[in-house]
Design a protein around this ligand. Sequence first.
Ligand SMILES: Cc1cc2nc3c(=O)[nH]c(=O)nc-3n(C[C@H](O)[C@H](O)[C@H](O)COP(=O)(O)OP(=O)(O)OC[C@H]3O[C@@H](n4cnc5c(N)ncnc54)[C@H](O)[C@@H]3O)c2cc1C
Length: 314
Amino acid sequence: MPAEDLTIDTRLKRLFEQEFGDRVSFAEPLSKYTSLRVGGPADALLRPQSSEQFQRIVRLCLEESVPLTVLGGGFNTLVRDGGIRGVVIRTHGLRTLELQEDRIVAEAGVTHSTLAKFSLEHGLSGLEFAVGIPGTIGGWLKMNAGIPSREMKDVVAAIEYLKPHDGSEVRKLREDLRFRYRELQAPESALLLRAEFLIEMDDPSAIRARQQELLAARKSSQPVDQLSCGSVFTNPPGDHAGRLIEAAGLKGAVHGGAQISELHANFIVNRGQAHASDVLALIARAREAVDQQFQIELVPEVHVMGEDHAPKKA
Ligand SMILES: Cc1cc2nc3c(=O)[nH]c(=O)nc-3n(C[C@H](O)[C@H](O)[C@H](O)COP(=O)(O)OP(=O)(O)OC[C@H]3O[C@@H](n4cnc5c(N)ncnc54)[C@H](O)[C@@H]3O)c2cc1C
């Protein structure tokens, strides 16, 4: 394939290098940036350090008709072995975190651990439920991350985001947002820059106790020390995906380097050398077995991105 047919041709490569210097890399393996540690390369990986840079990248991609994908912590993402065409934005450089009156204001790339530490240091209560949900603020909101008793929708006060079709910045209050189970439904396709969360003041030792209790419960029921993407499927109404997969006899099933966890059947773990294709094969097997035995269609929670095969070079 001639260079000009690739999504990032030589001219565009130079343009990105001129504008973003060492914040851009090409053919960057995404396995380094996802918690499953599988997946092929991004044509270009960009790491903005500010929301202005984020906006500039979005506008450049629109002008140049280059596809754009956003990656937060990669804790709920499965990148296929052929990688992702176009530009992938990794949000980790957007890490401003502030306390403003009754709310925490956090940029999209702030991580769960930074936020947990900040809450503890300042005696801020409200987000303890999310202490063990690995990821970034952008991923949390996009996924409406949570536990059975509480989700992001219960604590978010407002979000700021870029519209994907023109890169303009918008702020929306909680009453204008629409969430459902593990999904921000509206605004659809929002490129999240920051979020505000309602909090209350509390004794740091009480906050720590609540955080520790939740972390301990997680440790005993999930393979937190192994490489995974968390729950692979959403729970069907009135049931649990893990229970169904286990009842279908697939707990511990292996394909290549991937395995359905022996601790929790809704987790697939990378035993070291897995490819995305191994994980995808187990996902297909679990869906087929649960459908055949219980007539229930499992819906993936994990976001599967990219292509099975890399484009052939000339
Ligand atoms: C061990 C383990 C336990 C887990 N437990 C839970 C749990 O209890 N509850 C739960 O809900 N989840 C859980 N998860 C899943 C995961 O932690 C959450 O889905 C989390 O919200 C992912 O955040 P992230 O930043 O890693 O998102 P990513 O995986 O990077 O991205 C997820 C999606 O959000 C999009 N996205 C990310 N940032 C932005 C942005 N700034 N703008 C627009 N789109 C964006 C991505 O494009 C992708 O579609 C668990 C995962 C693991 C590995």
